[in-house]
Write a protein that binds this ligand. Sequence first.
Ligand SMILES: Cc1cc2nc3c(=O)[nH]c(=O)nc-3n(C[C@H](O)[C@H](O)[C@H](O)COP(=O)(O)O)c2cc1C
Length: 278
Amino acid sequence: MHPKSNYIIMKKLSILLCALVAMTACSTKQNNADTTSTKSLIVYYSQTHATEQVAKTLQNMIGADIEAISAVMPYDGDFQQTIARCQEEMSANILPELNPMQKNIADYDTIYLGYPVWFGTFAQPMAALIGMNDFAGKVVIPFCTFGSGGLNTTSDQLKEKLQNATILPGYGVRNARIAAAETEVRQFLINSGIIAGEKVSLPEFGESQEITEETKKIFDAACGSYQMPLGTPVTFSSRSIENGTEYLFNVEMNGTASGRIYVTAMDGAEPEFTQVER
Ligand SMILES: Cc1cc2nc3c(=O)[nH]c(=O)nc-3n(C[C@H](O)[C@H](O)[C@H](O)COP(=O)(O)O)c2cc1C
């Protein structure tokens, strides 16, 4: 064969090869885009706007779609009236009817579920939403607000109720510390790998120790003014955090172990409890 025709064949082959490589690269890119682009929805219930505040903070940081749910018969009474209605409904096993949602949970891969803790579980409207939707295959990230605690118990309840979904660690904040939510939510999202930033990993809590006079004072300063008794501290452990110390108290009530209380004592500030785990 003439050297020139050889050259032409080689050139054609190399063009074909380049085109093939380019096509493969392009389709790989599209595949990547398809598998990595997940759609997220923040869906929440909030009666007195604390959970709403966390929901909106989350939305500002992750840019997901967002929707508040509401009951056909709204929980618009005061605290005592809500307690009474909720107790009545819970003892009769009744969940409220919800107004239809604008967004469809089925269209999303990751669902951020936000709720106030009511009687140690999700607020009634959130319980209704969970009961009437299919979360199979979804990634669920809980977030909640509470008077004293409930993130751990409600996360466990979600795992129990939504066994076909993946429930990731969530975020919870006491109503009285809602001002800290913005900073904490950002760090939570960074630590969870959802947004970019510097991860903070805290040291493990140290050895469990008997309560001392000093730690009893810290416990009392943090928990003594809460509207209901939180228990008597029996042992504690601690760890250093930026600008202070975090304590984990094991408490008992009427002589029985009744949970753990996290307390932060920041330099120059009054100690405060961040959450109770029962
Ligand atoms: C009916 C009812 C029951 C509640 N039960 C609990 C509870 O079991 N544990 C708790 O820590 N807080 C409890 N709270 C306090 C709420 O969780 C807290 O005020 C929450 O931040 C309200 O959120 P929202 O402003 O988004 O409605 C309860 C509040 C109400 C109205």
